[in-house]
Design a binder for this molecule. Structure first.
Ligand code: NAP
Length: 241
């Protein structure tokens, strides 16, 4: 299902109606905090899950919506698994956590998925007492001035930049400081972010195990759908001779 720019608002409403986004904001006397976990998730891994859980706790969020990017803006020249595969893995990885939700919101939208468009649509859907926290990697945040309508992103959400311990945050801090746009940024140091999607892809391609790096359901999906150059059907505990 694809939607063009003309009927994006209808699209957004449909997404809420079918439960792909949470209903939030009903009590006008309360402020709600919605985490939006943005990433390519090719594949999702335990680092992402721990980061979202840490953001949930540290920022007192009501819920975290994992939103696999449809056609990631900065990856037009790179091979990325299909939106369906990335969404399916995200759904499998998040389904046992009551305050996580996997959303098709970006993958069902036609064209390149710009974060500013996503946040603008969400702003139209939710009342003002719902505040947005866009959570993503610190590397991605450091490039934010190159994003389409970065100033809109700044006006619509608090940015949550997640990174591994030891990562030099100075680059991100300096870039954001130098810009004319005023960003509200929170930095999250997440030990589990030593794991990365590319590390998982590399391991799969040489037949190594993903156990304890991503939920087993995701590993199963990768093997059944032969992603990342899987060359054996092994993902259990027994080695093939
Ligand atoms: P990326 O460049 O692939 O990722 C940069 C670094 O951040 C990688 O180390 C990555 O690790 C990590 N990372 C990505 N998402 C993360 C998350 N949610 N939590 C923790 N670490 C994360 O980034 P990307 O996936 O293309 O983009 C990230 C988000 O920013 C997406 O929602 C994308 O739509 C948005 N974005 C928007 C624009 C725009 O509007 N023009 C441009 C660029 C990005 P892993 O590979 O392990 O995830």
């Amino acid at each position: 299902m694809n939607y063009d720019a003309e009927n994006l608002t209808d699209f957004a409403q449909e997404v809420v109606d079918r439960g792909d986004l949470p209903l939030l904001g009903r009590d006008p006397h309360r402020t709600y905090h919605l985490g939006i976990m943005g990433g390519t998730f090719d594949p999702i891994h335990n680092g992402h899950l721990v980061a979202a859980e840490q953001a949930f706790d540290d920022l007192d969020l009501d819920l975290v919506v994992f939103m696999p990017a449809g056609r990631p803006a900065f990856k037009q020249d790179k091979q990325v698994s299909s939106g369906e595969d990335r969404y399916a893995m995200t759904l499998l990885a998040t389904s046992d956590n009551p305050h996580f939700l996997a959303s098709r919101f970006e993958i069902d939208r036609g064209g390149i998925t710009y974060t500013a468009d996503t946040l603008q649509l969400l702003r139209k859907l939710y009342p003002d007492n719902v505040k947005f926290y866009f959570i993503t990697g610190a590397d991605a945040v450091a490039e934010i001035m190159a994003w389409k309508n970065a100033e809109k992103v700044a006006s619509l959400a608090t940015l949550v930049a997640a990174t591994r311990p030891g990562y030099d945050l100075e680059h991100a801090r300096k870039t954001l400081k130098k810009s004319s746009v005023s960003f509200d940024v929170r930095y999250l140091t997440v030990p589990a972010l030593a794991i990365s999607s590319s590390y998982l892809r590399d391991r799969v391609s040489v037949g190594q195990s993903l156990r304890y790096l991503t939920p087993d359901t995701v590993t199963g999906y990768i093997h059944k759908h032969k992603l990342y150059g899987v060359h054996s059907s092994r993902y259990g505990s027994l080695r093939e001779e």
